[in-house]
Design a protein around this ligand. Sequence first.
Ligand code: SAH
Ligand code: SF4
Length: 356
Amino acid sequence: MSVPRPLAEDPRPNLYGLSRDALASLLSSFGVPAYHGDQIARWLYARRAFDPALWTDLPKPLRERLRRETAVAPPRAASRVTAADGTVKYAVTLPGGGAVESVYMVQRERVTLCVSSQVGCALDCDFCLTGKMGFVRHLTPGEIVGQVAMIQEDRALSETPFNIVFMGMGEPLHNYEGVVAAYRILTDPAGFGLSRRRITLSTSGLAPAIERLAREPAPPRLAVSLNATTDAVRDRIMPINRKYPIARLLEACRRYASATKERITFEYVLLLGVNDSDADVSRLKALLRRHSAKLNLIPFNAVPGWLDYRPPPRDRIVAIRDRLLAEGLPVSIRWSRGADARAACGQLALLPEVPS
Ligand code: SAH
Ligand code: SF4
């Protein structure tokens, strides 16, 4: 069996992850008509055929030249763990070196793929295992879309509609260029051909990047990790808040919602004794009242030995939801999925079981 060479050792340009335009300009530099770029995009992203020898609608000499002078190096699944609820967590080997995790989830027929945007994360939220890894590097567009292709292949999703959430490892708006380029390939009709409504980007709140994203053509759905109702608490658990405090963040969200005409989802990780008081519930209501927003309550997922928090008891979580529902806020609880495979929110990291 041939083992794909890591791109780090392969000086040839990697076609996987190039947009249609980038493929066209590479072909122009070969002195070949640019429209072949559309055909190559279809082979790479719509049909997942990675050997140029298979690209039968291209002239044979071009196929041979591509095989010699370019590489097609998507990321590969190194291992997979299946949780009791059917969630599958993949460890993915990256062509540019290193690894990330991606997750496949099914809930009432609804399939969601959770992808990573960085190796590690620079934002250092205190309740998040990925944050404990620190920042290693940004993923390339090919390393992002390749996680989707890898799960499509492994789960035989050719006919099944699915959603994509940028809620794996990393802060997608810190890797703005890479993530937007990946989003373009995912929504390109000659690429993965996905509807933008099926793609949600989750951010910890990089306000200027949220505003920049709002100005992109056809931007994705947005989820924002609020996680606290006062700057004092948010400063402590999410250091990014010291740069973009809650009022600044909510202003960026308001602009995003008005540019996209779509509701933002706010995420709120419930941490016992930190952000779950009655006063928090009242403030949450007041903060979100002016936004046409949905709220997802996420009970904290523990990682013993690593994270020093606990979730509130189940009846308290339900009571918080019911109080907010009574106020007319669309709110749901995102009960953990895949926790026994350490695949739940905030549990993604390639770390040993317990710190030494
Ligand atoms: N960096 C982005 C996306 C990845 S984190 C962001 O922060 O939004 C995805 C979600 O997991 C975020 O809402 C985050 O607040 C949440 N999360 C992080 N650690 C968690 C934990 N231990 N338990 C539950 N949710 C967690
Ligand atoms: Fe990074 Fe998101 Fe984890 Fe914060 S919650 S450390 S932004 S991955």
